[in-house]
Design a protein around this ligand. Structure first.
Ligand SMILES: [Zn+2]
Length: 566
């Protein structure tokens, strides 16, 4: 008994060490970065203010609305309504840790993709012509190895090898083999293969680029149980940490744009692999980046895609800039012909999205004619209406009306009611704020301790205006949830509250004492400094001495009284 216990505890820890809670939860919920943490609407209660927080640092989630809290195991148990052992199996499977006796229903598809990835990659390494092609395009051996580029041979060679290992039905389900009138065939042949990785790093499909004449230039894996088109961004798995760190992402169109940039050390990049970003991709990217710089192809399709994509990103509250590629057609060509310095130059000169939009309008319409101008206004109004932050929206409206020399009310923008509630403050919070936050958290949790807290602390003792107001209401007997106040706090304050929420013992009383003592200590300090001045300059010390004495007595009394009342 003891033996099996210790094995499973080891496994639990191993799984916890392997799976980051952010990676896990983002497979289920659209979480968005807020400072160090992530948040979303709580899946466990009716929540229209995002109250559900995920802390990668603490490896926990916590909902300030309903109070649900826990680690990756708790999350799966609550979300998937499973037992602990079932959650253990699910997570062990994700972590790739063997616990025996369990197979994930899609495991075979992942295995087939791993097999295919190796197969195509090895085949590339013995195909000198294809290697030569890649070399000409500037791709190094490192890049080829890191992104497991491959080459699909002709003659259904993959099928021949794979059917020795896997069942035909599973191979068909993987999408890599297809039924045709003349029997089973490889889906991909004579194509350069780009494995598509899931956000947690598993190969889930392929993109194949034509190398000979005939057929579509790009062919992708069909939708399968493990892969949905337009849901992932190419190799975000490789770059998400870099994007998180930079809080900024460079969005490109194609595989080669991505690989060239990555190879040159520009690693906060993702590729959308299509003519436009999908809503799902935009949403995914917004979880990692506060700012996105779009670097699409210079052609008409790229321009149209840029306008569509920037709207989607603005709608998600992301700051958007547009990269200009000058005379080059895409980022790949910039790197190949001008080098990374040229790219960085373009990057630092990226235009604000509104300047970009206005430039396009000037190109596309004759703004000196009423018809041209009205079309231009219509187009820029669409972009303006996508801006989520109301203040930014107003400011941009003003810029546009000035640039187009039109009245602001001609810009037809429907009013957005959404406001960005969390301040973007990143300043550290003071000790006093910490104590106040801790106290507030505790009194919302410990109803039975409220009366004694009110006997020690008055609302004048609280400096944070929101907390002060909430404290007053609580004192009047109104019910205030932590959820009501969280929207008014800064990222760092929320981060602190998350930490508080994980304390094993929460006591409103000791929090109140901490605050009272903190205030008394500060006051005593101040009086002592005053006393020092009086001593230096000469004067009557007796009043100050008396005050200090009574403050010290009060400090002792508060502690005693409270301890006595417990
Ligand atoms: Zn909740």
């Amino acid at each position: 008994m003891f033996y099996t216990m210790s094995i499973s505890e080891g496994v639990v820890q191993q799984i916890k060490d392997t799976i980051n809670i952010v990676d896990l939860i983002e497979e289920y919920l659209p979480i968005k970065k807020v400072g160090k943490n992530y948040r979303t609407n709580c899946p466990f209660h009716q929540d229209d203010t995002p109250s559900f927080y995920v802390s990668p640092e603490l490896n926990i989630f916590h909902c300030f609305g309903c109070g649900k809290s826990g680690d990756i195991f708790t999350f799966i148990m609550e979300y998937d309504k499973t037992s602990f052992s079932e959650a253990l199996r699910i997570l062990a499977n994700k972590a790739g840790i063997e616990i025996g006796g369990f197979e994930h229903k899609n495991k075979i598809l992942y295995l087939i993709h791993d097999f295919a990835c190796e197969f195509y990659h090895k085949n590339l390494l013995k195909s000198p012509k294809v290697l030569e092609y890649l070399k000409k395009r500037g791709n190094t051996e490192d890049t080829i190895g890191k992104f497991k580029l491959g080459f699909a041979p002709s003659g259904s060679e993959f099928l021949k090898e794979a059917k020795k290992e896997f069942k035909i039905d599973d191979l068909i389900n993987s999408g890599l083999v297809k039924k045709t009138v003349s029997g089973l065939k490889d889906r991909f042949f004579l194509r350069l293969m780009f494995p598509l990785f899931s956000i947690s790093g598993q190969v889930i499909g392929f993109g194949g680029r034509r190398l000979s004449k005939g057929g579509a230039k790009y062919l992708n894996s069909p939708d399968t149980p493990i892969h949905k088109k337009g849901k992932n961004l190419y190799s975000l798995w490789h770059t998400k940490e870099e994007i998180r760190k930079n809080e900024s992402a460079i969005l490109v169109e194609g595989y080669f744009d991505f690989l060239s940039l990555y190879q040159e050390g520009v690693k906060n990049t993702a590729a959308c692999l299509g003519t436009s970003l999908t809503n799902e991709q935009a949403e995914l990217l917004s979880r990692y980046a506060d700012e996105v710089i779009i670097f699409f192809d210079k052609d008409a399709a790229g321009r149209a895609a840029t306008l569509r994509s920037l709207g989607m990103l603005l709608n998600l509250g992301v700051t958007v800039k547009i990269g200009n590629t000058g005379s080059r057609k895409d980022p790949d060509e910039i790197i190949l012909k001008g080098g990374v310095e040229e790219f960085k130059n373009f990057l630092s000169n990226a235009s604000d999205f509104i300047i970009y939009t206005l430039d396009r309008i000037k190109e596309d319409y004759d703004l000196s004619s009423p018809i041209g101008l009205s079309k231009g206004i219509e187009r820029v109004s669409i972009v303006l209406s996508q801006i989520r932050d109301p203040l930014k929206k107003e400011l941009y409206k003003e810029i546009v009306s000035r640039k187009l020399m039109i009245r602001e009310d001609l810009l037809n923008i429907e009013k957005s009611t959404k406001t960005s509630v969390i301040a973007n403050k990143t300043i550290d919070i003071s000790d006093r704020e910490k104590i106040e936050l801790g106290l507030f958290y505790a009194i919302t949790q410990k109803v039975e301790e409220r009366e004694v807290v009110f006997s020690i602390i008055s609302d004048e003792d609280i400096s944070n205006p929101y907390l002060k107001k909430a404290f007053r209401l609580l004192k009047k007997g109104e019910e205030i949830e932590i959820d009501d106040i969280i929207q008014s706090l800064s990222k760092n304050q929320i981060d602190y509250l998350l930490r508080e929420s994980q304390q094993p013992e929460i006591s409103a009383l000791s929090s109140a004492l901490r605050l009272k003592n903190y205030l008394l200590d500060n006051l005593i300090d101040r009086k002592r400094r005053e006393l020092q001045k009086v001593e230096e300059n000469g004067g009557d010390e007796s009043m100050l001495l008396k005050e200090i004495k009574s403050l010290i007595e009060e400090r002792v009394r508060v502690s005693k009284e409270v301890i006595g009342e417990i």
